[in-house]
Write a new protein. Structure first.
Length: 118
């Protein structure tokens, strides 16, 4: 069983920056895809950013140019650098990783709260 643990959340003023980390209990090179999701109060969970094991990245349109996803295989950690955080951007951020095998092996972290103050 692989465990993912997010950290780095907190309170930030609108316009500020935060970096989230997602530490894995196993080498992240095993994951074909790693993702960050977020869920705002009263909303459904939404995909924010994706990185493949080939370091290909994609982003939700509303975060392009402000967020950067990355992974450090040596540290078994994925990151989300968030900049110019917007008012109303309060969400719980979740990391997700999966392995494409005969079945999809899918893992989630417990979430990290990001609160953006006006």
């Amino acid at each position: 069983q692989v465990h993912l643990v997010e950290s780095g959340g907190g309170l930030v003023q609108a316009g500020g920056s935060l970096r989230l980390s997602c530490a894995a209990s196993a080498g992240i090179f095993i994951f074909d895809v790693m993702r960050w999701y977020r869920q705002a109060p009263g909303n459904q969970r939404e995909l924010v950013a994706t990185i493949t094991n080939g370091d290909s990245t994609t982003y939700k349109d509303t975060v392009k140019g402000r967020f950067t996803i990355s992974r450090d295989n040596a540290k078994n950690t994925m990151y989300l650098q968030m900049g110019r955080l917007q008012p109303g951007g309060t969400s719980v951020y979740y990391c997700n990783a999966y392995i494409l095998a005969s079945t999809i092996l899918d893992y989630w972290g417990q979430g990290s709260q990001v609160t953006v103050s006006p």
